[in-house]
Structures are given as structure tokens and as C-alpha cells.
Design a protein. Structure first.
Length: 225
């Protein structure tokens, strides 16, 4: 029997409530994410994909409705507790990479491991492996500020994977890389699903990614269509 790891139940996310700029970015959305499967969210810009991902990432809370992770209603938890769940269970790939520009690629990727008090040499060995899988073995010791936009995105992806999270949630992960590197990324993610039972949720315009997923939801005007 398939196990649901993330469920949104009738979620709404509104901005500018009761004002002249009121927007319902997500409208009454119920979706189920199955453990160990790859789920994609498609749809045009402004359709609500990123906002829905933000709810699943626990970066924001719904205006109405509930978000469940592993059967627990997390939508009303404090930010401190939501951050704890993110740190322990979720790897995030955001459109803005939030890398530290004066650190090298390997230092950025090793950072989450160092935060767990792992020895620096071991943390950098793991970081090196992730970067090499994304064809960045020749850029390990370049500062992020010296890398191209596509290279920076791959560093961000490696950092999200370094802790082998239960859940990987990614917003437009292939937007700054070419088709070959997208295939490399998808192969790496396939391996993570197979070897680590990882659950993956992605939002993308890329038809290659939408076709690769086990299941796709299409969004338009804040709704699943």
C-alpha cells in the first residue's frame, strides 16, 4: 500500500487580505505526495506552483487548510519547530540559491554537515562526492562568486542533497542548466530515490522533468486543473 508522506488538505494562501491588492495565490488545493515517489508540479508562471511548494517546505503557513507531514499537522507549528522539521527531514532547492559567495563550492556544500559537528575532512569528502556527481569536480575550490549561474545552481542542488534528506523539494531545479546536465541531475535523483527511499517534489516548466516524474499535477490560477 502506498504511503502518503505529505498531504495538503484544502489549503489556501492569500496575500494582502481584505485590501485592494488581495490575491489568492493557492485556492483550495488538496494533493498527496507518496513516499519514495517523484512528483512534479507544472503550470505557467504565476499559477501558484512556488507558493504551494513554500507550504510543503514549511517556509510559510496556509491562510486556510492544513499541511501534514508523515501524518502530523504541521501547518500551525511555530517557526522554530517548522525549522527543526526542515533541518531533519527536508532538502530545499530554491530559485534563489542562498549560497555564501565568499566561500568555495565545497565549503558551501559541506556547511550543513559541519552544523551537525561532523569532522571537516569527512564533511568535505561527502560534499566532494555530491559536487562530482554534478560535474563540478573541477570547481570545488572556486568561490561561489566566481562561478556561473548554472554552476551556482548545481552547488545549491549538491548542498540540498548532502544530508540525504527524506524529502527533497525543488523549485525549477533545471532552469539554469542545459539538457545534458538536467539528465545528469535526474539520474542522480533517481539514484537517491532508489538507494535512499527519498521522496521528491519539483515545480518546473521543463517538460523533460514533468515526463520524468511518477506523477504530475498541473496548476493554473492557484488551482489544480
Amino acid at each position: 500500500m502506498m504511503e502518503v508522506i505529505i498531504r495538503t488538505e484544502g489549503v489556501w494562501k492569500s496575500f494582502g487580505q481584505n485590501g485592494p491588492r488581495h490575491v489568492d495565490a493557492v485556492k483550495d488545493v488538496t494533493v498527496e505526495i507518496i513516499r519514495g515517489k517523484k512528483t512534479a508540479l507544472g503550470g505557467p508562471s504565476g499559477s501558484g506552483k512556488t507558493t504551494l511548494l513554500g507550504l510543503m517546505m514549511l517556509l510559510t503557513t496556509p491562510s486556510k487548510g492544513k499541511v501534514y507531514i508523515e501524518g502530523e499537522d504541521v501547518s500551525r507549528f511555530s517557526e522554530v519547530f517548522r525549522a527543526k522539521i526542515r533541518r531533519e527531514k527536508i532538502g530545499l532547492i530554491l530559485q534563489a540559491n542562498y549560497l555564501i559567495p565568499h566561500l568555495t563550492a565545497i565549503e558551501n556544500v559541506a556547511l550543513p554537515k559541519l552544523c551537525t559537528d561532523m569532522a571537516k575532512s569527512r564533511a568535505e569528502d561527502i560534499a566532494r562526492d555530491k559536487l562530482e556527481q554534478l560535474d563540478l569536480g573541477h570547481r570545488l575550490h572556486f568561490k561561489v562568486a566566481e562561478l556561473s549561474g548554472g554552476e551556482q545552481q548545481r552547488v545549491s542542488i549538491a548542498r540540498a542533497l548532502v544530508n540525504n534528506p527524506k524529502i527533497l523539494i525543488a523549485d525549477e531545479p533545471g532552469s539554469s542548466i542545459d539538457k545534458k546536465l538536467t539528465w545528469n541531475l535526474l539520474k542522480l535523483l533517481d539514484d537517491m530515490v532508489k538507494n535512499n527511499a527519498m521522496t521528491i517534489v519539483l515545480a518546473s516548466h521543463n517538460q523533460l522533468i514533468l515526463d520524468w516524474a511518477d506523477r504530475s499535477y498541473m496548476m493554473d490560477e492557484g488551482k489544480i486543473v
